[in-house]
Design a protein around this ligand. Structure first.
Ligand code: BES
Ligand code: ZN
Length: 665
């Protein structure tokens, strides 16, 4: 890496692709002018009231020059929170957990009117502080007393019937992208990254887990400041020493068990699920180790433990990269470890996303595109197979094409850098585009610089440099690439304008570089079914020795290719007789098979679709199945009826999206 001048050029310059002081349109907080730099959360989980309440305390990053003015305003994001009081302290350290020692002094505060998806700005007027105080090592700490409400979109409260054990309720958070503000008041922008410590109280017999160290082997303890004789006053303590953005804060609470998968990795789940989860994710440690090797940054030294929490079925995503504690959907439990790529993906975020965070949500492709890229490098390394990594990429390209077709070729959300100004909810811009168009760009840059080895060195340099800086925007990334490969003329001529700001499919496909050995068999079988070539079909047998990825390519091709559009119900029935897709325990296969049968208007599939829709709430499956059923002739009424009867089982984000898809809102 060259010199400080390089640093300055990268981190302080600006262009249409990003600027260090770029406005984050997804926050109302004073993150740019009055940032916070440490968080201390003292919370209590109340299942009866379905509330989390308590206090959060922030150290305010006042500099000596910013301290003398009156009316400095600290602004935090909040959404659907009930704020009850704000106090401040001037002190060197966060307070002891025992609140009675120092009540602080009251602060003036107001809550602005709601601003759509962005929520309400909480404005706190800070008293003036002298420069000498700050120079002397003291800081301003601000403490907010609050509680969540039934509207808090980050939270889902599950009654016992919606858990595997059916005995205890469960609650969990999902903060990405901008829901942390409905869990606790915070500067809800990835730009602000802070270490935190937390104490969470809950009644027996619940376990609490957070995105921090403290999950592993922690037994509930009576902590200072709690009532020793009150069994509901048990506490768990957590500490995240790495600075993390608010979207990576998480809490999960329920009846949970643990099984190790190595000395620093393991699995949490409800007791009846934990063995299946430990089997499914038994390869976690080698996956983490491969990530450390490829990035050149040691996982353990950075984050400590890596545990997976297998969630109840309403968890709306495949996985969520909460630091030290990835959340995954139980739909990954295929019984043959074939869907553990999602865990590889979440592990990859440890470097691309969690260590190096997108500066704002406009640059989301730098989180997800890099993570898809790293996921595929880990697959290649772990299985010693480029063909397997490329199989994964081919499945991804289908998803990309589907997203672009869904939005339309010239939609703003098909850009790598979409426009999120005007209160756009980042949830609405979510699709495969940042993932797969982003990954295509990285493949293209890899090809341009000379291939796998040259780019592997660049990737390590990227992790070292931006890992130290903690953030990245697209402009910084471009300059870093151009500087790293300054002696390679082709690297100076990348058409960034088209890649980052162009709409539609990416301008170049890396496909000609793919090892298609696994993909070809799947495409050939698809052709055979389209042409009714019985010789090839019967030679294919029952596909039991195929990789799941190959089956997905086969089913994707049937769903997407022009020549397969006319496939009729009779052909699908014959296919099912041979492969028994309908009984597959693999959610990805089940999903695609059901979509095919809905398209062919096969009424016998409807009960299977309804079962799948009632059994889980992962948006990737739930939304398209409802939408396709709704769009079919045979299933429109069933789609509406099933949703109306079951909407309470879905996560609030999922329910909102499906309601919109079914034109019910
Ligand atoms: N961070 C995402 C999930 C997410 C993104 C939640 C944006 C909320 C807003 C996670 O890492 C992810 O990408 N999950 C994928 C996994 C897949 C790409 C392997 C998923 O959930 O399907
Ligand atoms: Zn991701």
């Amino acid at each position: 890496m060259t010199s400080l001048t390089f640093d300055a050029a990268i981190f302080d310059s600006a262009s249409a692709f990003g600027a260090p002081d770029e406005v984050d349109h997804s926050t109302l907080s004073s993150s740019a002018t009055v940032p916070v730099n440490y968080g201390k959360y003292d919370l209590k989980i109340d299942f009866d009231k379905q509330q989390i309440y308590g206090s959060v305390e922030y150290r305010v990053g006042l500099t000596p020059s910013s301290t003398m003015t009156d009316n400095t305003e600290l602004v935090l994001d909040s959404h659907h929170l009930d704020i009850t009081g704000v106090t401040y302290y001037i002190k060197a350290h966060a307070s002891n957990w025992d609140n009675s020692i120092d009540p602080g002094a009251a602060c003036e505060w107001t809550l602005d009117a709601a601003h759509g998806a962005l929520g309400n700005a909480l404005r706190i007027t800070l008293p003036p502080v002298s420069a000498a105080t700050i120079d002397g090592g003291q800081a301003m700490w601000v403490k907010i007393m609050y509680s969540t409400t039934s509207q808090s979109g980050a939270l889902q409260w599950l009654p016992p019937e919606q858990t595997a054990g059916k005995q205890y309720p469960f609650c969990f958070t999902q903060c990405q992208a901008i829901h942390a503000r409905s869990l606790l008041p915070c500067q809800d922008t990835p730009r602000i990254k802070v270490p935190y410590s937390a104490r969470v109280r809950v009644a027996e017999p619940f376990t609490v887990l957070m995105s921090a160290s403290g999950n592993y082997k922690q037994t509930p303890a009576m902590l200072p400041g709690l009532q020793p004789n009150d069994p509901s006053e048990r506490g768990y303590v957590f500490e995240q020493q790495q600075p993390i953005p608010s979207y990576l804060i998480c809490i999960a609470c329920g009846d949970l068990a643990f099984l190790p998968t190595s000395d620093y990795t393991g699995v949490f789940a409800e007791p009846s699920v934990v063995e299946a989860a430990a089997f499914e994710f038994s390869e976690t440690e080698p996956m983490v180790a491969a990530g450390s090797l490829i990035t050149g940054c040691d996982y353990k030294a950075t984050w400590g433990r890596y545990d997976v929490l297998c969630m109840p079925p309403s968890f709306p995503y495949g996985g969520m990269e909460n630091p030290c504690l990835t959340f995954v959907t139980p739909t990954l439990l295929a019984g043959d470890k074939s869907l553990a790529t999602v865990v590889i993906h979440e592990i990859s975020h440890s470097w691309t996303g969690n260590l190096i965070s997108n500066q704002t949500w406009r640059h989301f492709w730098l989180n997800e595109g890099w993570t898809m890229f790293l996921q595929r490098k880990i697959i290649r390394q772990l299985y010693n197979s480029k063909a397997e990594a490329d199989l994964d990429a081919v499945v991804g390209l289908t998803a990309l094409k589907q997203s672009v077709d869904g939005y339309g070729d010239d939609h703003d959300f098909t850009r790598l850098l979409p426009n999120l100004a005007g209160g756009i909810d980042p949830d609405d811009a979510f699709s495969s585009i940042p993932y797969e168009k982003g990954c295509s760009l990285l493949f293209h840059l890899e090809q341009t610089c000379g291939g796998h080895d040259a780019f592997a060195q660049f990737f390590k340099a990227y992790v070292a440099t931006f890992g130290a800086k903690r953030h990245v925007n697209s402009h910084q990334f471009k300059l870093f690439y151009e500087d790293h490969f300054k002696d390679v003329p082709a690297c100076q001529n990348v058409d960034w304008q088209v890649w980052l700001l162009g709409t539609g499919m990416p301008p170049a496909h890396p496909e000609d570089q793919f090892d298609r050995s696994l993909v070809n068999a799947a495409m050939e079988l698809k052709r055979a079914w389209v042409l009714n070539d019985q010789a090839i079909i019967s030679a294919s047998g029952d596909l039991k020795d195929w990789k799941t990825g190959q089956l997905l390519v086969f089913l994707n091709a049937l769903l997407q290719d022009e020549d397969a559009k006319e496939i009729k119900d009779d052909t699908l029935r014959a296919m099912n007789d041979q492969y028994n897709f309908i009984a597959s325990g693999n959610a990805e296969i089940r999903f695609r098979w059901q979509k095919l049968c809905i398209r062919a208007e096969m009424e016998e599939i409807i009960p299977h679709v309804v079962i799948f829709l009632k059994e889980q709430g992962r948006m990737k499956f739930t939304r398209p199945l409802y939408k396709n059923l709704f769009g079919s002739v045979m299933g429109k009424a069933t789609a509406i009826q099933t949703f109306v009867e079951n909407k309470d089982i879905y996560h609030p984000i999922c329910a909102k999206m499906v309601a919109r898809d079914l034109e019910l809102d």
